[in-house]
Design a protein around this ligand. Structure first.
Ligand SMILES: Cc1cc2nc3c(=O)[nH]c(=O)nc-3n(C[C@H](O)[C@H](O)[C@H](O)COP(=O)(O)OP(=O)(O)OC[C@H]3O[C@@H](n4cnc5c(N)ncnc54)[C@H](O)[C@@H]3O)c2cc1C
Length: 85
């Protein structure tokens, strides 16, 4: 009410809270998991998962079935977080 005093008398019917899947660089992690062959990740959509899900699903399906994607997704591999030695 400090920020929206006009809502002081509003009747709140229900509230909701949830997690936002976020990454430190603001873009998703997509692709294979080097340490666990056969495991693929598509996560950390940073609030844009609905919008890009069709393209991500298509590319991940192609990666799983053929081992290749139409679009280069290497920059989105989680290994970008690994320390470069
Ligand atoms: C408030 C809010 C607004 C958003 N608005 C937009 C928007 O306008 N446009 C947009 O493009 N995106 C939006 N997003 C982002 C979008 O909702 C997410 O990016 C998308 O839902 C992620 O999809 P997901 O399948 O990766 O994960 P999720 O939808 O989170 O699905 C993961 C599923 O795994 C289940 N799960 C978790 N742990 C386990 C376990 N151990 N065992 C079994 N199941 C498990 C969960 O219950 C859940 O059902 C918004 C997100 C939030 C929170």
């Amino acid at each position: 009410m400090k920020y929206f005093p006009d809502l002081a008398n509003a009747k709140i019917v229900r509230t909701w809270a949830g997690w936002m899947d976020a990454s430190s660089d603001g873009v998703p992690s997509l692709g294979t998991v080097d340490e666990i062959p056969g495991l693929y990740v598509a996560c950390a959509f940073n609030g844009h998962g609905f919008g890009i899900a069709p393209a991500v699903g298509e590319q991940l399906a192609k990666l799983i079935v053929t081992g290749k994607t139409d679009v280069d997704i290497q920059a989105l591999h989680y290994d970008r977080y690994k320390a470069k030695i």
